[in-house]
Design a binder for this molecule. Structure first.
Ligand code: PLP
Ligand code: SF4
Length: 470
């Protein structure tokens, strides 16, 4: 072990710290600590519809749920008077062309800066604009992660050796433009015919029976949809059923809830106590039960979030974050550092930052692999290692998450990166495609030609095979 300060045996007497030279580090600037400044103002009052809403009402999760906007016309109506009508028409066109369900909580709506809606990082994630949409990449497929192919029971994906993903239901407290599971969540839209995974006790029992029949499964992710939308009794039912399976050692409830409606943790006592109950019973059985959440931008974290996370921290609940790297949302070093420091400050462990999946209608939100490599380099070292996320790409085809640095081959000109995943499937190659808008004009033209597409892809795989001939 390295002893950095004093070498044993080099000094006969104890070192005289008070006579050491003054610290060499310059004093910290206030802006370097800005991540600790969490808003506690009554920010919602700037929305005309919420101008008279008291803090008590705004903190009430039933009020938040009841006033969440689930229809495009209602959302556009709520924006009347806040933004120019050209913006509203642009959003109407965006919803018409992009396949997604709508649900926006008052909390989320109030955190958007409506004085600059085109550039707001939260607006970009939840409200599409026709004028900003870009054509999909030619290699994009609907279930880009192939979760259905690895599903022994509908809504249960068993891809990795020792862990499974259980999609308990198909609704969320909010609908994100960029959702990987757009094939399954939300109500039908004109564009996407969905596979329904409603909360269904019979389907759940089949999933639990499958998990019980596979002794190698130690780790279950309970997702959806979103665990926030499970009733308290369902949290208990799922948690206890899985804890009762002897070989299950780890459970994670996955929810975007804390990022879009932290009020629920504070005021939905039944739900919170159900979660804490499963965590406590798990601990008695020496099993780990944690919460995984999904903050993408520091503006999503307020004083309300801090209070909610503090409450869970006091009750011994571990929380980890999985963010998605998105263009003009969090794809710069300053924002990502701020996000990570702010999460760490409220005791949420930044676990992953994902490359954006290849999903329909969100090409404007994707970034090239190169961006992840660059940001990771600048983030690592800014804080504790256990608060430093791993940047991963969940490459289409079912190879699972790979460290962005682990590509066998990456051609920045064509935007093709090739990964292998020996622990999941030996000998297979998985490809990720940078968005076309990040490529040169010449490369973009090559992608228009199906023959050229095949040549570029075959070349990339050949080069990757040379690198990793497994
Ligand atoms: C992400 C994922 C998991 C969990 O993976 P970790 O890397 O352990 O977080 C499990 N199953 C599937 C299908 C997944 O996509
Ligand atoms: S909350 Fe999660 S599952 Fe639901 S739409 Fe957003 S990313 Fe998808």
């Amino acid at each position: 072990m390295k002893l950095p300060l004093i070498q044993a045996g080099t000094e006969a007497t104890a070192p005289r710290i008070e006579s050491a030279p003054a610290a060499l580090k310059p004093p910290v600037t206030p802006s370097a600590l800005a991540y600790r400044q969490l808003r506690r103002d009554e920010f919602w009052r700037s929305i005309p519809a919420y101008a008279e809403i008291s803090p008590e009402t705004f903190l009430d999760h039933t009020w938040q749920s009841k006033h969440s906007i689930t229809r495009i016309d209602k959302l556009l109506e709520a924006l009347q008077g806040l933004v120019p009508s050209a913006f509203i028409q642009d959003a109407a066109e965006g919803f018409r062309r992009a396949p997604m369900s709508v649900r926006v909580s008052p909390y989320l709506l109030s955190l958007i800066n409506w004085n600059d809606p085109y550039n707001d990082p939260l607006r970009r994630q939840f409200i599409p604009l026709g004028s900003r949409l870009l054509p999909d990449h030619p290699k994009l497929h609907l279930d880009s992660l192939n979760e259905q192919r690895d599903a022994p029971v509908p809504g249960l994906t068993h891809r990795y050796p020792d862990k499974a993903l259980f999609l308990a239901l198909d609704t969320c407290p909010v609908y994100c433009r960029f959702c990987t599971r757009s094939y399954a969540v939300g109500i039908d839209t004109e564009e996407v015919e969905k596979i329904h995974l409603r909360a269904n006790e019979d389907r759940w029992r089949r999933a639990f029976a499958y998990i019980a029949s596979r002794p190698e499964l130690e780790d279950v992710v309970i997702s959806g949809g979103d665990a926030y939308n499970l009733r308290a009794s369902q949290i208990t039912e799922i948690g206890d059923a899985l804890l009762a399976i002897p070989h299950v050692r780890r459970l994670r409830f996955a929810t975007k809830g804390p990022a879009v409606m932290p009020q629920k943790i504070l005021t939905d006592h039944a739900w919170r106590e159900a979660l804490v109950g499963v965590v406590d019973r798990g601990r008695k059985l020496h099993k780990e039960v944690v919460l995984h959440t999904h903050f993408n931008h520091p503006n999503e974290i307020t004083g309300i979030t801090e209070d909610a996370m503090n409450l869970l921290f006091e009750r011994g609940v571990t929380i980890r974050n999985q963010a998605v790297l998105q263009r003009a949302v969090n794809d710069d070093v300053e924002t990502m550092q701020m996000l990570i420091k702010r999460l760490g400050y409220i005791h949420v462990h930044p676990y992953y930052v994902y490359m954006h999946d290849l999903v329909r209608g969100v090409e404007d939100l994707r970034t090239p692999l190169d961006t992840a490599l660059y940001i990771e380099k600048h983030v690592r070292g800014a804080t504790a290692g256990f608060h430093t996320p791993v940047f991963v790409v969940d490459a289409p085809g079912g190879g699972g998450k790979r460290d962005v640095h682990s590509y066998e081959y990456y051609d920045r000109e064509t935007g093709i990166s090739v990964f292998t995943s020996p622990a999941v499937k030996h000998g297979a190659y998985y490809l990720y495609f940078d968005p076309l808008h990040s490529l040169s004009q010449a490369a973009q033209r090559r992608w228009e030609d199906p023959l050229q597409q095949e040549i570029m892809i075959q070349n990339a795989i050949t080069r990757a095979r040379r690198q990793d001939p497994s």
